[in-house]
Design a protein around this ligand. Structure first.
Ligand code: IMP
Ligand code: MG
Length: 186
């Protein structure tokens, strides 16, 4: 198995991104609302917001576009926001930008429906290989140019493996073992 980001590297990335975001919002008169895009962004959201030096508000949104190891291209919104974000600075926190479809949809949806003061998009990993729409995150922790299926630290293989504290490319043997376990797990 190939490690893409170690736990230590992730910690450094979170601190750097949190400081950049803090610099951006420290003189704002309103409190920024950080939105976690479930489920994948969950660990990154927690570590990033804990490294942030000022007050902020949490909110959550859930979408899906993936089936197994590839994107379906159809985005389904299963959980919407609960905070009032109109006129606020909003930070969308995502694990990975891949085709860019999810984040361009989320950004447009939030902009039109809630009219926040600003929208900033931050992602842990920017996967450049399969981009389908012209979308760039405002901040990203790590850029990967090859098309690799990543796992760990929120990223899943058929819903498993989000709990690992590092990001990696699973090897064939590991995937086969998991497939066996998934069969028994039905
Ligand atoms: P996009 O809409 O294609 O940009 O995909 C974004 C979503 O797909 C991310 O939020 C992830 O949840 C998921 N995703 C993209 N690449 C990977 C990967 O390599 N492993 C696991 N999930 C991924
Ligand atoms: Mg995600």
């Amino acid at each position: 198995m190939e490690t893409i980001l170690s736990s230590k590297e992730i910690k450094t990335i979170c601190k750097e991104l949190a400081d950049k975001l803090y610099d951006k919002f420290k003189s704002s008169k309103t409190i920024p609302v950080f939105i976690c895009v479930l489920k994948g962004a969950n660990p990154f959201f927690i570590d990033l917001t804990r490294a942030y030096k000022g007050p902020l508000i949490y909110d959550y949104m859930q979408l899906s576009s993936y089936s197994g190891t590839s994107t379906t291209g159809v985005i389904h919104l299963s959980k919407d926001l609960t905070e009032n974000i109109k006129g606020k600075d909003v930070v969308i926190v995502e694990d990975v930008v891949d085709t860019g479809l999810t984040l361009s949809y989320v950004k447009e949806y939030i902009k039109i429906k809630y009219m926040p003061k600003s929208i900033t998009v931050v992602c842990l990993i920017d996967k450049k290989a399969l981009r389908r729409v012209d979308f760039e995150p405002d901040y990203s922790g790590f850029v990967i140019r090859e098309n690799k299926f990543l796992m760990g630290y929120g990223l899943d293989y058929k819903e498993i493996g989000r709990n690992f504290d590092f990001v990696f490319v699973p090897d064939k043997k590991t995937v086969e073992e998991w497939e066996e376990m998934l069969k028994n797990n039905k």
